[in-house]
Design a protein around this ligand. Structure first.
Ligand SMILES: Nc1ncnc2c1ncn2[C@@H]1O[C@H](COP(=O)(O)OP(=O)(O)OP(=O)(O)O)[C@@H](O)[C@H]1O
Length: 595
């Protein structure tokens, strides 16, 4: 339960909604009691009027008695109707304050979680899967909303009802009150019990549903592989199994849900029978009127829902606490990539790696060992090496996605840790190895959130990435939407949009992480020629498997198993006749990649 304390700041923020809501609940309940009292008076009036009417039999006063009776009943009916109407109005206000408050808190909490997610380092995203991140911001927040909305509303309603109705009942007859209330705690407990079963089974269904969705999503994304390997039948079978599991769980839930209402109805019925029985005994003893029985039946009915809701509220609070615990787990994760001195200055692009070693915290793999190099501002460096030799890790450290395990990275002679993170990342144009484009237009993908970027700047970036010719062939040019329902680009086209996106920001440091692997040699040469132009005043880090990309750089590093094996210009390395030279020869002979 202490987990839910996190929500208190929001309850405080929306205190006026909560206070007003409470007032509306109390007023609505007061109007709920009025009809019961009026019904009692009506019953008693009918009985008394009947006796008086018979007494005046044959006398002209008899018709006056009748008129007075009809008039009174009319007035009573009008009072009952108006009370019901006013109760309805206040119940509307009650929902408009408390349920609205719960939606506002849901909105705030989602924003809080999303903002926090954004601050967390890459290592957090490696550790936790996307489904889990999504669940906590949607499913879990919805469960917490049930606590701040319906649970609080019905909780206050229950308290108000008890404070108003039970003293009223006791003042009429203690014995009748006690007997008519006996079944209600059982009702509450049974609802709590059944509701917990319903929650457990619903969660099983949700898990089964998400397995089913993941299966279907994967099957459709991989439909080309499934078809070419003729695996449709196997997938059909697996789908039927997953679907069967979902069906069985749904039927088990439907069974418990079917028990829910009969259970409530039978316990309410029991209360009513006890009220009528004990009430009749009271009437026979002359302690109660028949009106009291009718009045008590109304009270019992009024109390039924709040008492039922007690069991429901308890299980809502339990599952909200469990959800908030999961949310708090993520909210308490701190970003360890923080700036030490928050230096905000324009970065010129001088880059130094000084004896850098790095071990990935989650896998324990030592990706870099004692790596040192220096790139002057505006110069270029190429990093070439075998798969897994640590090339992308260097890019990650320059973008400060991780901090080094030992040694230091510095920009313009200042340790990277001292810079404000935004200054560092804002100065970098990064073309990642695994291209990711958004389902937006090509234009928006290139501008990527920079509303001030002019069409001319976007076009220049597209030109430099050798993209203009391709774009011209698309039906809507720059406005062509990519992804899901738009045009799907080829691997090489995607890489070029990704390059244009990085170049368009006019970064001081440009990192090209194996970004030409999916283009043919002709396009590679054409992009590299354009690159020469844009690289002029930028520090450029070219990560590649291909010598053809690397030879463009002023300085080349050959990495192997996380250590630098060779370093120098293209000419120097060729003359050294080492790894680079043999790689060069192999690739010149037609081999495309380093094995
Ligand atoms: N996020 C990560 N968590 C744990 N280990 C990682 C992570 N990324 C890379 N590694 C490991 O670190 C080593 C270096 O990986 P890196 O991605 O830097 O290689 P690379 O030279 O860029 O390879 P490639 O050319 O195939 O992209 C590899 O052994 C890899 O398994």
């Amino acid at each position: 339960m202490k987990e839910l304390a996190h929500i208190n700041k929001y309850l405080f923020k929306y205190k006026y909604h909560l206070l007003l809501g409470t007032v509306f609940i109390i007023i609505a309940n007061l109007f709920g009691v009025v009809p019961a009292v009026i019904v009692r008076h009506s019953f008693d009036l009918i009985q008394e009027s009947f006796q008086v009417y018979n007494l005046f039999d044959g006398i002209s006063l008899q018709s006056d008695t009748y008129d007075a009776f009809v008039w009174s009943i009319f007035v009573f009916a009008a009072i009952i109707l108006s009370s019901a109407l006013l109760r309805g109005v206040f119940m509307f206000f009650m929902r408009q304050t408390i349920i609205v408050m719960s939606r506002l808190i849901e909105y705030d909490l989602k924003n809080e979680i999303y903002e926090h997610y954004q601050t967390l380092p890459l290592s957090f995203y490696r550790k936790n899967n996307t489904g889990d991140l999504m669940n906590r911001i949607s499913e879990d927040v919805s469960k917490v909303r049930m606590y701040v909305g319906p649970a609080i509303m019905y909780g206050i309603n229950l308290a108000a009802m008890f404070v108003i109705v039970i003293p009223f009942m006791l003042s009429i007859n203690v014995e009748l009150t006690l007997y008519s209330l006996i079944p209600l705690p059982f009702l509450s407990f049974s609802i709590y019990y059944v509701n917990n079963i319903i929650n457990r089974r619903s969660e099983q269904i949700q898990r089964s549903q998400s397995n089913l969705s993941t299966f279907v999503q994967e099957a459709f994304s991989g439909i080309r592989v499934i078809k070419s390997f003729v695996r449709e039948k196997d997938y059909d079978k697996s789908f039927t199994e997953a679907s069967d599991d979902y069906k069985t769980k749904s039927l088990r839930l439907a069974f418990v849900q079917a028990l829910f209402f009969p259970l409530i109805m039978s316990l309410i019925g029991l209360s009513t029978i006890l009220t009528v029985y004990i009430g009749s005994v009271g009437v026979l003893r002359g302690e109660l009127s028949t009106g009291n029985i009718a009045e008590f039946i109304i009270y019992v009915n009024m109390l039924t829902w709040p008492v039922t809701s007690l069991g429901w509220i308890t299980s809502i609070i339990q599952s909200a606490a469990a959800s908030q615990k999961r949310v708090n787990e993520f909210l308490s994760v701190k970003n360890d990539i923080v700036s030490e001195k928050n230096i905000r200055q324009d970065i010129k692009g001088e880059l130094t790696f000084d004896k850098v070693s790095f071990t990935y915290p989650d896998s324990g793999i030592e990706a870099l060992k004692d790596v040192s190099f220096h790139v002057k501002s505006g110069d270029s460096i190429a990093i070439i090496g075998t798969t897994g030799s640590g090339k992308s890790t260097i890019a990650n450290l320059i973008c400060r996605m991780y901090d080094t395990t030992s040694g230091g990275v510095s920009l313009d002679g200042v340790p990277i840790k001292d810079f404000d993170l935004k200054s560092v990342r804002g100065a970098i144009g990064y073309v990642p190895q695994d291209v990711f484009l958004f389902s937006e237009s090509i234009r928006d993908n290139i501008a990527f959130g920079n509303g001030q970027m002019t069409d001319a700047q976007i076009k220049a970036a597209a030109d430099n990435a050798d993209l203009t010719e391709n774009i011209a062939k698309f039906p809507e040019g720059m406005a062509t939407v990519l992804g899901e329902r738009g045009i799907t680009l080829s691997g090489g086209q995607k890489q070029r949009v990704s390059i244009a996106r990085a170049v368009a920001r006019s970064p001081k440091i440009l990192i090209l992480d194996d970004c030409l692997s999916a283009v043919d040699t002709k396009t590679e040469n054409s992009i590299l020629n354009s690159m020469k132009r844009i690289m002029v005043d930028k520090t450029t880090v070219i990560i590649s498997h291909r010598v053809s990309s690397a030879q463009l750089a002023d300085n080349i590093i050959v990495l192997d198993g996380g250590t630098i094996r060779e370093q120098g210009s293209h000419q120097t390395l060729i003359s050294q006749k080492g790894i680079y030279k043999s790689l060069y020869e192999k690739q010149i002979q037609g081999e495309e990649t380093v094995s």
